[in-house]
Design a protein around this ligand. Structure first.
Ligand code: TYM
Length: 336
């Protein structure tokens, strides 16, 4: 059976973009693949600097997956930091990865671009080594579990391609230790698989603070949906649904017939953006309201999350150990 793997960073509460880009497709795949899903807490450490935030966001990401239907019997569900084998392999793979490859990584380049825009002389100001070598750690996540497919949003595709490059470099130097299967990014298909926009129309992202959290209370959800940016086309005028962040969100959550009908009405004129937002709110709330209580229960300190993650850590380590042992043997650190 093929292996599906994906991770989410606990840098905030999980949001609609995480759901559409990764969680929904990953949960659909869980019945057809052997699945390993994890909370990338050491990835989050590149930016989270507060113990209370780290613990509560980690719990929130875990509670989100379970609430949305992850079955811990079927899926190995774990916290990255519980699998120390990952960090040993990270060093090894750092030693076969060209610095140039990291220089070209999107997240690092974006951070430098922000510094350039801010007029800073040192483009690396505020960038830590964790952010710089982030793609190596992500390659390890994927390779140590021998993943075949990695359901992610389009923003993560480059990282998954890097994992294949890095495995290739290692194999070239030390023999075919990583199975020759090339991990493949699986992104949501078609037009609706574009990166999901946030409140301001840019990519929905915790770092832009433009997200709609999955389990926001009803009043807050309504307020957030109302605040989605829209242009000032008058109600009567025909509108281009594809220019609208609210429509793109609606497309990803409503039934196809309802989406087609909404498109027709917007294009015809006479339907305002406000009406679209009301429909979007109703759709989201109908789907999410029944789940809020389960999420809140799981967020309580004594919920079953701890036991689920403890069990997941054991199973994840069992898989990681032989892969790491093979690597240690190949490079010559397993004895004299
Ligand atoms: P992260 O935590 O930023 O996002 C988690 C997942 O959500 C997807 N996503 C989106 N998809 C569509 N539209 C959006 N606006 C949107 N925002 C986020 C992301 O593509 C991702 O799939 N580096 C990863 C975490 C990671 C990982 C891994 C993933 C660490 N190791 C190994 C896969 C395999 C990240 O920062 O995701």
């Amino acid at each position: 059976q093929k292996v599906s793997l994906t991770g989410i960073k606990p840098t905030g509460d999980a949001h609609l973009g995480n759901y559409i880009g990764a969680i929904r497709p990953a949960l659909e795949m869980a019945s057809r693949f052997e699945s390993l899903y994890f909370i990338a807490d050491y990835h989050a450490l590149t930016s989270v600097r507060d113990r209370a935030q780290m613990t509560s966001w980690t719990r929130s990401v875990a509670a989100t997956w379970i609430t949305l239907g992850l079955d811990p019997k079927q899926t190995i569900f774990y916290r990255q930091s519980d699998v120390p084998e990952v960090f040993e392999l990270q060093w090894v793979l750092s030693c076969v990865t060209g610095k140039g490859l990291m220089n070209r990584a999107h997240a690092y380049k974006a951070a430098r671009d922000r510094n350039a825009e801010a007029g800073l002389a040192d483009l690396d100001a505020g960038i830590n080594m964790g952010l710089f070598s982030y793609p190596v750690l992500m390659a390890v996540d994927i390779l140590i579990m021998s993943a075949d497919v990695v359901p992610v949003g389009k923003d993560q595709v480059q990282h998954v391609e890097y994992a294949a490059d890095i495995a290739g470099s290692f194999n070239h130097l030390f023999g075919d230790v990583f199975s020759l299967k090339i991990p493949e990014a699986v992104t949501p298909p078609g037009e609706s698989g574009r990166v999901l926009p946030g409140l301001d129309g840019r990519k929905m992202s915790k770092s832009y603070q433009n997200t709609i959290p999955l389990f926001a209370p009803e009043a807050r959800l309504r307020k957030l949906v109302r605040s989605i940016k829209s242009d000032s086309t008058p109600v009567e005028a025909p509108k281009d649904p594809d220019s609208s962040a609210a429509f793109h969100l609606y497309e990803n959550f409503a039934a196809p017939e309802d989406v087609a009908e909404m498109r027709r009405r917007l294009e015809a004129g006479g339907t305002g953006w406000g009406e679209l937002k009301n429909a979007l709110f109703e759709e989201l709330n109908t789907q999410l309201a029944p789940l809020r209580k389960r999420y809140d229960d799981l967020m309580a300190p004594d919920s079953e999350i701890d036991a689920i993650l403890a069990e997941g850590a054991q199973r994840a380590r069992e898989r990681a150990r032989p892969v790491l042992a093979g690597v240690r043997r190949a490079v010559g650190v397993d004895g004299l």
